[in-house]
Ligand binder design. Structure first.
Ligand SMILES: Cc1ncc(COP(=O)(O)O)c(C=O)c1O
Length: 372
């Protein structure tokens, strides 16, 4: 089935430049106007009476936003804390482990570069080891020194849905701590974090939930909450101290992005076109594979709203060329290699956008390859 139906009106609800074919929702998301207006309304409300807003009203407003987010991701709102982004969440989870010399953290070789850096940094300082391996071999690499397992729910570069439920269940059965990077999974996957049972789950609302930038969260199982610190020590460390106070009372800051999360959830419910997006992403992947004469990286079942396809050779300037010459925004992936092209299909993406890419690609690839 071709998914060439056009969604009347949804595209106009986004703030995106109409002159750009925007096929990179995956990097930073994009926020629709009604949600962005609510975000700005919260900022204006703060500025009208900063003391009343921050000192008196904010804790309750955040509780409400957290409860709504909890209901959306299948967790108790008290088991979540808002953080600016998933990277912060992964950092907080990693530090809570209190790694000791000789400890090992197992991860797939498909993890997001900044999170690899987090673990490498921490392991270097603690004398622990960060061990990366094929996802299918993850738990087979376990040794008596293994403390924790880290994996993405949906990978960044290869854009693949990983078997997180199976890995978490098996790792927990073997007594390992589980940390999931769910940066791309929120609103692409129907989450039930309590049922998933991961010890830590870091998510982003600003990607596929289309909330304003700076709206991430960290879910922490109750038995770990006491060990989780915020990025800085501030007033939340004064008694009575709670998991939420330590991690959310982080000095004076703008919490408007968090407060707009319930509006992003409402928008998503009202415009839930995920099936159409997944169908279009899989269709685009098939067409790109044919055009590039390459095999798919994995079966369709591992592809949701993003798809990566292998390029015939590394193309470090392809993304810039497509933008400069065709006004198409799409990234090449794989740190330092640029041999994957990743397409994102968001609620505003139309069949026509994919066709613009398919039309532009042969020429852009030819020009990319020719000597400078
Ligand atoms: C798998 C994965 N994890 C983490 C991140 C980091 O997200 P943020 O920059 O919002 O922390 C990304 C960003 O693209 C990602 O793809």
């Amino acid at each position: 089935m071709r998914s060439d139906d056009i969604l009347d009106g949804v595209r106009e609800l986004f703030l995106l430049d109409p002159d750009v074919v925007f096929l990179n929702h995956g990097s930073y998301g994009a926020c629709p106007k009604p949600v962005f207006e609510r975000y700005q309304a919260w900022q204006r409300e703060l500025e009208r009476e900063p003391v009343d807003f921050i000192s008196r009203r904010l804790p309750e407003l955040l509780d409400h936003a957290r409860a709504e987010l909890g209901a959306f991701v299948g967790a108790d709102g008290d088991d979540l804390t808002f953080v600016p982004n998933a990277t912060t969440g992964v950092n907080m989870a990693a530090r809570a482990l209190d790694l000791q010399p000789g400890d090992e953290v197992l991860a797939t070789n498909l993890e997001y570069g900044a999170c690899d850096l987090t673990w490498e940094w921490l392991c270097e300082r603690t004398g622990a080891r960060y061990v990366r391996t094929e996802v299918g071999q993850l738990l087979a690499q376990r040794s008596e020194r293994t403390r924790a397992v880290f994996l993405s729910h949906i990978t960044s570069e290869t854009a693949l849905l990983l078997p997180v439920a199976e890995v978490v269940a098996q790792a927990r059965a073997e007594g390992l701590v589980t940390i999931v990077d769910g940066a791309h999974a929120v609103a692409q996957v129907d989450l039930d974090l309590s049922a998933l049972g991961a010890d830590f789950y870091a998510g982003n609302c600003h990607k596929w939930l289309c909330a304003p930038k700076g709206s991430g969260f960290l879910y922490v199982r109750p038995e770990w909450q006491e060990r989780v610190d915020g990025p800085i020590v501030s007033w939340g460390y004064e008694e009575p101290v709670t998991f939420i106070s330590r991690t959310e009372r982080q000095g004076t800051r703008d919490s408007a992005a968090y407060l707009a999360v319930p509006d992003a959830i409402a928008f998503q419910r009202e415009h839930d076109v995920r099936d159409r997006c997944v169908a279009l992403a899989r269709e685009a992947r098939r067409e790109l594979c044919t055009l590039l004469d390459t095999e798919p990286l994995a079966p369709d079942a591992q592809v949701l709203q993003m798809a990566s396809v292998r390029l015939p050779e590394p193309q470090p300037d392809l993304s810039q060329r497509l933008f400069d010459e065709h006004r198409i925004e799409i990234p090449t992936m794989r740190h330092g290699r640029d041999d994957l092209l990743r397409i994102s299909i968001a609620p505003y993406t139309e069949r026509e956008d994919v066709e613009r890419l398919l039309d532009a690609l042969p020429d852009a690839l030819r020009t990319s390859r020719s000597p400078a």
